[in-house]
Write a new protein. Sequence first.
Length: 77
Amino acid sequence: METIQVVLDSKLLRATETAARRTKMNRSALIREALRAHLSHLRIRELELRDRKGYEARPRDGVDLSLWESEAVWPEE
């Protein structure tokens, strides 16, 4: 691990310290976890945007997808 310096305003720092106490983590661990979650969220948004652009570029043109509906049904036990 590497040490970095992060500047937080006092209100955000207090909220961070409160959250760290509630979750029984230290500030660094809390910030690492929050950053990982945020980066994951950004990646998902990026993938969704890429998919959306792909579907907009190549619309289904009225293709009948009802043939696949039976594939999406769970078999009865």
